[in-house]
Design a protein around this ligand. Structure first.
Ligand SMILES: *Cc1c(COP(=O)(O)O)cnc(C)c1O
Length: 380
């Protein structure tokens, strides 16, 4: 029996519905639900299963350990992992039927060794850097990588199933860099074709491109953020306008409610001072839980039908809110909602992102592991 005075409630029905909606956007393309980073903080296994129930046919993760956790829990969908460094347990990945990204010659060499060690064929997706300048090989070195991979395919150690890349500015809808990356990607595909590659999937689109750039859907789209019901382009489209529903609600039970006099400095550094006789509440969540310290004095929350703002600094395990004189009616133990779908007037993860000067991705993904995740709307 574990106890925590706060919880992240994740609506798996929303995950299923969001993935079903993304399938509509994807048209003929398959959907890979990206569930890296503990499903953006929502919980790897429940989200993965719900995404598959919603119609995703692939799962995508960054880390090998995330892929292993899915396999060990019995998830048998197609699964791509894309971040590893020299010395990674690639033979285990091959044995567990995990598709691997190959971004560079050293990775191809290690995958070939792993495949031979495990006596199986490794399925690889060759990653071309079309302009993000992060993972993958730029076009010319990639072409050599392609030929080396196809040579390894001829001897049975690898099977080149995919060619893929990632966009830098898809959230700036119609930005010319999307077209520029698309053109480099098409050139990579032409070279793969000319070299005799027999590809199963070509994939480029993240959430933003899945929602706004059908020309780059190819055979498979890789939405992450949209699976969780958040908008990758919040200035242009809200989740509701996109047909998506935020899946996570973060709430806590007030651990302190007490009267305080006018002129009282609040929390470390006394950056907030009460202006009248008032009532203070304490929320037992802090930066150890992933509440950004940058949200000090700005983070919104909903208590008893009122939207309030953090008073003073966010501490490690708690922060304070000025409930005002009306706070006399608030009881200790009452629920404070930090963010949710917004349907009941509560703030959203996007509101927190704006309050803290970041993006909604970071708000949900950084939530501390010690906050229990509770699931509603599971298994239909
Ligand atoms: C995280 C990630 C995605 C998903 O991006 P979103 O913007 O969350 O949709 C897709 N592809 C790659 C390579 C990623 O790293």
């Amino acid at each position: 029996m574990s106890y925590y005075p706060a919880r992240a409630v994740v609506d798996l029905g929303a995950i299923r519905a969001n993935v079903a909606r993304l399938r509509e956007y994807a048209g003929e393309a398959q959907v890979m639900a990206v569930v890296k980073a503990d499903a953006y903080g929502h919980g790897l296994l429940p989200v993965a299963r719900s995404a598959l129930a919603g119609g995703a046919t692939w799962l995508g993760v960054a880390q090998l350990e995330e892929a292993f956790a899915l396999r060990d829990a019995g998830v048998d969908a197609r699964l791509l992992a894309w971040i590893y460094a020299p010395g990674a347990p690639l033979a285990t990945a091959v044995e567990k039927d995990v598709d691997l990204s190959v971004p560079a010659p050293w990775a191809l060499r290690e995958v070939i060794v792993a495949a031979r060690a495990s006596g199986r064929t490794a399925r690889v997706h060759l990653k071309v850097d079309t302009g993000l300048a992060r993972g993958g090989s730029f076009l010319e070195p990639w072409t050599q990588l392609l030929h080396d991979a196809l040579a390894a395919e001829a001897d049975g150690s690898v099977r080149v199933v995919g060619v893929w890349s990632h966009l830098a500015r898809a959230d700036e809808v119609d930005h010319p860099s999307v077209r520029a990356q698309f053109e480099v990607f098409d050139e990579a595909l032409r070279r793969a074709d000319a070299a005799g590659a027999d590809l199963e999937v070509r994939h480029l689109a993240n959430s933003a491109a899945t929602l706004s750039a059908p020309a780059v859907h190819y055979d498979l789209v890789r939405p992450g953020l949209a699976v969780y019901g958040l908008s990758p382009m919040p200035d242009l489209r809200s989740p509701a306008e996109l047909g998506l529903r935020p899946a996570m609600r973060l709430e806590a039970s007030l651990s302190v409610v007490k009267a305080a006099p006018a002129g009282q400095g609040v929390s470390y550094g006394h950056t907030y001072t009460t202006t009248r006789d008032t009532v203070l509440g304490v929320i037992p969540l802090g930066y150890a839980d992933g509440i950004p310290r940058h949200a000090s004095g700005t983070g919104p929350l909903r208590i008893g039908g009122r939207t309030l703002t953090i008073a003073g600094r966010v501490c490690m395990d708690q922060f304070v809110v000025d409930l005002g004189p009306e706070g006399a009616a608030v009881e200790v133990g009452e629920t404070a909602v930090l963010f949710g779908s917004g349907d009941d007037g509560e703030p959203t993860a996007q509101d927190w992102a704006e309050a803290a000067g970041t993006i909604s991705y970071e708000i949900v993904t950084r939530l501390g592991a010690r906050i229990p995740r509770e699931y509603v709307g599971g298994e239909r």
